[in-house]
Design a protein around this ligand. Structure first.
Ligand code: FMN
Length: 186
């Protein structure tokens, strides 16, 4: 049976990273003091959830063109040196490398009040939600991403209804595609 882990970062936001968090994360694990381990405990849990997941579904509204602060705090907690990405400044060429196990898939379900944020739209260059999720997730090794968006939320008229209906169809198609290509064969 598939295990589903649900995490509502809106109602229980992860702590934002702090100076102590950064010092602890960059301290080698075997040298960390107890207090430093405690500072990283929430991040340990969030990264463990991510590492265990085959499919990650993120639901995110657009706030001021980007991610809500709570979701950004989650990103900051799961992009962890030595856990989800590697860093070695003495390495020749690329000093950073992804550490997330391969084969994961990401689905982004997003909602916007305005319209025209998709490729070629009037506000396409201002969509920092998808970039804000896709770029850090790719950085730690997750490149297989699909997005479905609802627009016109602030108009609350037929255009919103049509956008919701189109998104529901898109989600059905996406689920079919994901099931057909499930690497785990579930
Ligand atoms: C604080 C705040 C900022 C928002 N900023 C934007 C924005 O920059 N662009 C946009 O299109 N919609 C914006 N919206 C509208 C939301 O993206 C939209 O209503 C979305 O559907 C909210 O999702 P939710 O109902 O899941 O909270 C904003 C809404 C709020 C409350």
């Amino acid at each position: 049976m598939d295990v589903v882990t649900y995490r509502d970062v809106g109602s229980a936001p992860p702590k934002p990273v702090s100076e102590d968090w950064i010092a602890a994360a960059f301290c080698p694990p075997d040298c960390r003091k107890e207090a430093q381990q405690a500072v990283l405990a929430e991040s340990d849990q969030l990264t463990a959830e991510l590492v265990a997941a085959d499919l990650i579904v993120i639901g995110a509204p657009m706030y001021n063109f980007g991610l809500p602060a709570q979701l950004k705090a989650w990103i900051d907690n799961i992009v962890r040196v030595g856990v989800t990405f590697g860093f070695d400044r003495s390495r020749s060429g690329e000093p950073y490398w992804p550490m997330l196990p391969l084969g994961k898939r990401l689905v982004i379900l997003t909602a916007r009040g305005d319209f025209g944020y998709d490729h070629g739209g009037r506000l396409a260059g201002m969509n920092l939600v998808e970039a804000g999720l896709k770029i850090p997730m790719a950085y730690i090794g997750l490149h297989d991403t699909n997005t479905v968006a609802i627009e016109y939320d602030e108009f609350a008229d037929g255009r919103l209804m049509a956008s919701i209906a189109a998104a529901e169809v898109a989600v059905d198609h996406l689920v079919g595609r994901l099931l057909a290509s499930d690497p785990a064969g579930n």
